[in-house]
Design a protein around this ligand. Structure first.
Ligand code: PAF
Length: 281
């Protein structure tokens, strides 16, 4: 497994693989890898002859009051995880390698980024789309793998690839959960023991919603208030948003009469966690 920090070296390696007719799968990450990332790598490995994992905590997608400085990092552990998964190349550039002093070009996907996390984290998706486009151009993969946990990110990247004719297949992979249901996330490492126990309320609210839906409930207001009530019982939790939106437009819906994404963001102490489920009509 190669560990590369410069764009030129990645390009050389990609060219050699391409000349051999080998297919390439890309797993873009911000590191501090967990089983969710490993499932992306496993899918990439299954579909492609070569797998590239990028590890880059992208400053552009963090707001001024967000956790860029404290975002967890452990490159040595990440290298071992990638090695075990049979990854061929890790690209872990510095911020200077990615953004030179005169950097001034951005990729914006409008509309879809106004909803959900986009409302709460202005500029976040511009940072994500810009860095993902750069990573696509640097690694030129056949396929790229993203987790369904970041449902809006996946929808935005799918839109971007279609709008800009980027010749890469985007593959969304299912949420991987802890045994109590908490969605795996690098940010779970911020949680104290008590917060970790409290954090299960996100998944419990999803289970409650799914039970109500199974029993025939279709009113978003009714399901939403039950979810809110459940989470509000947890003193360490503070809801940032819970929204039901049309899966393709991400516009709010009031009845479950079409494919719907229910996405939620909840602060557990100071840590903001997200989760979601999709209702298929
Ligand atoms: O999902 C992430 O970890 C990041 O948003 C991504 C896609 C690697 C871009 O920095």
């Amino acid at each position: 497994m190669k560990v590369i920090t410069t764009i030129d070296e990645v390009r050389d390696q990609v060219k050699a693989w391409r000349n051999n007719g080998e297919s390439i799968g890309l797993v873009p990450t911000m590191g501090y890898l967990h089983e969710g990332h490993q499932s992306l790598m496993a899918s990439a490995k299954k579909d492609n002859q070569r797998v590239i994992v990028t590890i880059f905590v992208n400053p552009m997608q963090f707001g001024p009051k967000e956790d860029l400085a404290s975002y967890p990092r452990d490159l040595e552990r990440d290298k071992k995880a990638c090695q075990q998964m049979g990854v061929d190349l890790i690209f872990c550039p510095s911020a200077d390698e990615m953004y030179d002093a005169n950097f001034n070009s951005y990729v914006n996907v409008n509309g879809l980024t106004d909803a959900l996390c986009g409302k709460k984290r202005p500029g976040h998706f511009k940072g994500v789309c810009t860095v993902v486009t750069k990573l696509f151009n640097i690694t030129q993969p056949d396929r790229a793998y993203f987790g369904q946990k970041d449902a809006q990110q996946l929808a935005v990247i799918q839109r971007m690839v279609q709008d800009l004719n980027i010749p890469i297949e985007i593959i969304g992979c299912p949420i991987v959960r802890e045994s109590d249901g908490l969605a795996k996330s690098s940010r779970n490492s911020y949680l104290t023991d008590n917060e970790r126990k409290a954090a299960v309320c996100l998944y419990q609210s999803i289970e409650l919603a799914n039970t109500m839906i199974a029993q025939g409930e279709r009113s978003v207001a009714t399901i939403l208030s039950a979810m809110q009530l459940l989470i509000e019982q947890q003193s360490l939790a503070k809801i940032d948003y819970i929204e039901f939106v049309d899966l393709s437009s991400l516009k709010p819906v009031s009845q479950l009469t079409q494919d719907t994404l229910c996405a939620l963001a909840v602060y557990i102490g100071k840590t903001r966690l997200i989760d979601n489920f999709i209702y298929h009509h």
